[in-house]
Design a binder for this molecule. Structure first.
Ligand SMILES: Nc1ncnc2c1ncn2[C@@H]1O[C@H](COP(=O)(O)OP(=O)(O)OP(=O)(O)O)[C@@H](O)[C@H]1O
Ligand SMILES: [Mg+2]
Length: 338
């Protein structure tokens, strides 16, 4: 391109100069033509770069479409029907699940009545998150089945199933968008009033108002500009706003300090009323009021019952509880010393 341009200019100077010498054209005409030509040179050269940009774009688009076109493993079955609002409960029948070869959940049987609050406790890696993730069909069971009101969840539409579930995941999922959009989570029809109310209930309103642009603050990729506890409160606000009949709380308050936790806990207790709730918490004090506590270890249900009945049994749960209680007491004493 550079070479062709140079050649063109040389030709024009030669031919134009020749015409001026011959008296066919004036020097004024020649120089204005030449100036115009030089001004044209740069834009034309830039035009050739456009092709580079287009090629880069095409290569990028191919990669993006490669991802968009992936067919998900979890899909609606062709005969799927809409799931009506949950009325009787969730039945987990002989469920075995493996991510790869070794089963993470082994032959789980559990019936949860509509409106019941069921807590899951147990050692890290025991399979608690895995079990609750099976309900919204983030994964399909390897063996057995899960029924909601008697319908296998693989036979209902994913939209109607997930539409009934509000979830606070163990790892908060936030987008590089405003606080408002993160709470509304794609629901553009949500009113400002409801969003603020949900944020207040999640004990998040005050810190949001202290952000540079309030509800319009963009929070960074994965909420990078917020603290762990703040992120969790935004996730909780999102779940509160969704107002769904089934609630899944996976360590929803684990990054909060005791004070914030007590306040958010109140909001969660209110939220849980009348809803079918599956709650996972390491801090056992937060689940004492659950209707039923399930102790999961190595993918199996070790024991289940209310806090009182499990304490009386003096087995796994009792051991967990007393261990934690001792820990808290020790920390308390150390804090006092400091
Ligand atoms: N996506 C995955 N792929 C493969 N293995 C996984 C995956 N997620 C979890 N696991 C494995 O499954 C087991 C159970 O994990 P899970 O997250 O259900 O435990 P958990 O009881 O929720 O633990 P924690 O209390 O630490 O959250 C673990 O041994 C873990 O290594
Ligand atoms: Mg977990």
């Amino acid at each position: 391109m550079e070479f062709l341009g140079g050649l063109g200019i040389a030709t024009i100077i030669f031919y134009g100069g020749y015409q001026v010498i011959k008296g066919i054209s004036t020097p004024g005409t020649f120089f204005s033509f030449l100036t115009a030509l030089f001004m044209l040179y740069d834009p034309v050269r830039k035009l050739t770069n456009v092709n580079n940009t287009i090629q880069q774009g095409i290569a990028g688009a191919k990669r993006v479409f490669g991802i968009i076109d992936i067919v998900p493993d979890i899909r609606n079955s062709v005969t799927a029907t809409d799931l009506p609002k949950i009325s009787t409960g969730i039945d987990i029948q002989n469920v075995t699940f493996a991510y790869e070869e070794t089963p993470v959940l082994k032959n789980i049987n559990l019936s949860i009545k509509a409106g019941e609050v069921v807590a899951f406790v147990g050692m890290s890696g025991g399979g608690k998150t895995t079990l609750v993730n099976l309900i919204p069909r983030f994964y399909d069971v390897t063996e057995g089945r899960i029924l909601i009101d008697g319908s296998d969840i693989r036979e209902v539409t994913i939209e109607s199933l997930r539409g009934q579930i509000a979830i606070v995941t163990q790892q908060t999922i936030l987008f590089n968008d405003t606080v408002r959009n993160n709470i509304a989570y794609g629901n553009i029809e949500e009113t400002e009033e409801n969003i603020i109310q949900a944020a207040k209930a999640a004990n998040a309103h005050d810190f949001i108002m202290n952000l540079p642009d309030g509800y319009d603050t963009v929070i960074g990729e994965q909420g990078a500009k917020l603290s762990g506890g703040e992120r969790q409160r935004i996730s909780i606000a999102r779940a509160l706003l969704k107002d769904a009949p089934i609630l899944i709380l996976d360590e929803a308050t684990s990054s909060l300090d005791t004070e914030a936790e007590i306040e958010v806990q109140d909001a969660l207790e209110n939220l849980m009323k009348g809803r079918t709730t599956l709650i996972i918490a390491h801090r056992l004090s937060t689940i004492r009021n659950a209707h039923r506590i399930i102790v999961l270890a190595n993918g199996e249900i070790m024991e289940e019952g209310t806090h009182e009945s499990l304490m009386e049994k003096r087995r796994e749960y009792f051991r967990f509880y007393t261990m934690q209680f001792k820990d808290e007491k020790r920390n308390g004493i150390e804090n006092n010393r400091q």
